[in-house]
Write a protein that binds this ligand. Structure first.
Ligand SMILES: NC(=O)C1=CN([C@@H]2O[C@H](COP(=O)(O)OP(=O)(O)OC[C@H]3O[C@@H](n4cnc5c(N)ncnc54)[C@H](O)[C@@H]3O)[C@@H](O)[C@H]2O)C=CC1
Ligand SMILES: CC(=O)C(=O)O
Length: 303
């Protein structure tokens, strides 16, 4: 743990609190500051989370937006969540306003900070945050399709009976309905995934649908998703604070497509240090371009 590794979490709802909890259990931050427009929620979450302080050194407290703007890592989870059947992009009008007020309230933001956007629609909000934050673009990143990729690897791991971390496969594009699986580059130990006998008759479309629908399914059953993103976002915070340079599918600006969407990117202390141009076949390239076009159309309304 760094001596002064301060994390701010703006939005102390289910996702914000779960990320805070996962960061505390990893013991990688010296302090977590929680911020929300609802002061009672912050007080309640801080009291509850502080009960874990016997087994973690990460201190937790409520803070102002200005204090949050001076953190090393600022995680934004503020805003509306999907209701049953609602898409992520349908949240844009509400969450654009929230993002505007969150970023405005933190100004001037620490020039060295890394901002991690989690609120949805995450790719569009990351693009907007890159324009509003006043810090270099590569220091503003979204959690993107990291969650979908985890869902995919867990499912593939069950089919292959290997650990999910031994599978190299990415969900790319939008963290949303136009996402796709980069099957042509998926592998285990360098062997193409689709050449394994377990995948000989696999219905790739059905797997893609299952991954893309998982959030809708969970929301239908319990109203929200937060454990998966909590664990994964905490691992991204860890990756930044410890300069791990892991390659993760994150919402980043892709120069060749002129927009923000998920691509494999190297994440470390300085934020996004490199975006990797993953090999895609013709169909996957078309799906990436289609995903970019749909995101650009939404972003254009908020320039
Ligand atoms: N990127 C991803 O993979 C995932 C993203 N999400 C997204 O995370 C967001 C949060 O979801 P939940 O925590 O379940 O919602 P929630 O309703 O439990 O919490 C949202 C919190 O944001 C706060 N808030 C609203 N406006 C604010 C402002 N201007 N400043 C500070 N706080 C403000 C609310 O008071 C509330 O406490 C949603 O947009 C959801 O779609 C959720 C799961 C996965
Ligand atoms: C809500 C959301 O974005 C997810 O669980 O994928």
């Amino acid at each position: 743990m760094g001596k002064n590794s301060k994390v701010a979490i703006v939005g102390a709802g289910s996702v914000g609190a779960t990320i805070a909890y996962a960061i505390m259990l990893r013991d990688v931050a010296s302090e977590i500051m929680m911020v929300d427009v609802a002061p009672e929620v912050v007080r309640g979450q801080v009291l509850d989370l502080s009960d874990a302080n016997m087994i973690t050194s990460t201190k937790i407290r409520g803070a102002t937006s200005k204090e949050a703007g001076q953190a090393d890592v600022i995680v934004i989870t503020a805003g509306a969540k999907q209701r049953e059947g609602e898409t992520r992009t349908q949240l844009i009008d509400r969450n654009y306003k929230v993002l505007h007020s969150v970023i405005g309230g933190m100004q001037p933001i620490n020039q060295e900070a890394i901002i991690l956007i989690v609120s949805n629609p995450v790719d569009v909000l990351t693009h907007i945050a890159q324009q509003l934050a006043g810090i270099p673009k590569n220091q503003v990143v979204g959690s993107g399709t990291f969650l979908d990729t985890s869902r995919l690897r867990v499912l593939l791991a069950q089919k292959l009976q290997v650990s999910a971390s031994s599978i190299h496969a990415f969900v790319l594009g939008e963290h949303g309905d136009s996402q796709f699986v980069a099957w042509s580059s998926a592998s285990v130990a360098g062997k193409p995934l689709l050449s394994f006998p377990e995948f000989k008759d696999a219905d790739k479309n059905a797997i893609e649908k299952e991954i893309a629908n998982k959030a809708y399914e969970i929301i239908k059953m319990k109203g929200a998703t937060y454990y998966g993103i909590g664990a994964l976002a905490a691992s991204l915070v860890d990756c930044i604070l410890l300069d791990k340079r892991e390659v993760r599918p994150l919402s980043v600006y892709v120069e060749s497509l002129g927009t923000v969407l998920s691509a494999p990117a190297k994440l470390g202390y300085d934020g996004i240090e490199r975006v990797i141009d993953i090999p895609l076949d013709k169909e996957e390239r078309t799906r990436l371009e289609d995903s970019a076009a749909s995101l650009k159309e939404i972003c254009a309304k908020y320039q």
